[in-house]
Design a protein around this ligand. Sequence first.
Ligand code: FIX
Ligand code: ZN
Length: 413
Amino acid sequence: MPEVSRDNLREFVHRVASETPVLDIHTHVYSARFGRLLLYGLDELLTYHYLIAEVFRVAPLPYERFWGMSKSEQADYIWQHLFIEHSPVSEACRGVLTVLQAFGIDPKQKNLTSIRKHLSAIAREAYIDQVFKLSHVRRVIMTNDPFDDNERPVWEQGPEPDERFQAALRIDPLLNDWDGAVKRLAGWGYRVNGTLGTSDVAEVRRFLIDWVERMSPRYMAVSLPPDFTIPEDGPRAALIAGCVLPVCREAGIPFAMMIGVRRSLNPQLRLAGDGVGAADVTSVSRLCVAHPDNRFLVTMLARENQHELCVTARKHPNLMVFGCWWFLNNPSLIEEMTRIRLELLGTSVIPQHSDARVLDQLIYKWSHSRRIIADVLADKYLDLARAGWMPTEQEIRRDAADLFGGNFERFCG
Ligand code: FIX
Ligand code: ZN
């Protein structure tokens, strides 16, 4: 490739963005040692909760009938109604096609049996290797919940040996259901009584420290509802200030807050039944000011919060904005958010995470996002070129490396 010029700049930025290995800072995928918790393959792809919500719109049926089907039957149902009987233009549908294509499968053959056969012939370890290769992802950070009975025994057996997978200590049950958490903690031998007095605080810290030691997490994390505020009556704010932030500080890890999810708007849809609401960004600012020695990774679910969150990050170097979460992970919104972020924060952001639940989704989530991020970046470089600042090849590679992992590593310290 000749030196970068205005004529080939967009093409070059796209090439660099597609080749730069990604560190994906928030996923729900697991390494092989978690056994059945690691989801991959056609049936898992087609029964992704995003697609379940979509199929009930075009082909409603009694919820219990859908949940009573086997996974393959659910996948067939979704394929029939969302791909065959309608054009699969939604982002989640399109994602399935991108994955199939990456595996060398012609999705237009429409024959689910042969597609299923093709993918299920790949052994699990080979499947993992192939997905990492096809997606150019070098490492993923999992979501690891010590309150999860399927997951906890795996950690009790020892640390994560596969360095492509790192842990994030997820503590939703502790912060969002304190009464329930007290019972679980007491059952595991932590001397808590629910009053959040000195001894509760000490014991919750001990619990968190035990899990930090066990998981070596890159950060601690929680998802929060739209009405989350600081200050706040109730145990959550006290737990954050008294237990979570001191342990994060001591361990030298950030605290990630994913704010704006309204859980279980429609419980019948199970995982697909959650919604969104605008949240209070000032509370994020208050935490950053009150705890200058802590670092906060923050993503918000409502589109309405994105501009204010960027402005807030300008005020607080200990705040790192990340990802286009869930209902924002659509091309139009990724583009809008990436533009706002680059314009307000330069390259000091983590523009995307995949939130993949099924391993294969790393392929589509990253290929779709890389293209948009590259386009926005190219526009910004062309603006700079017009102002006499033609970026060099090396500068473009540096920026891509920062955006796709370097910023996270540096922020974590
Ligand atoms: O809380 C979260 O981490 C959310 O991302 C998930 O719970 C959600 O179901 C999801 O998969 C969104 O992409
Ligand atoms: Zn998630």
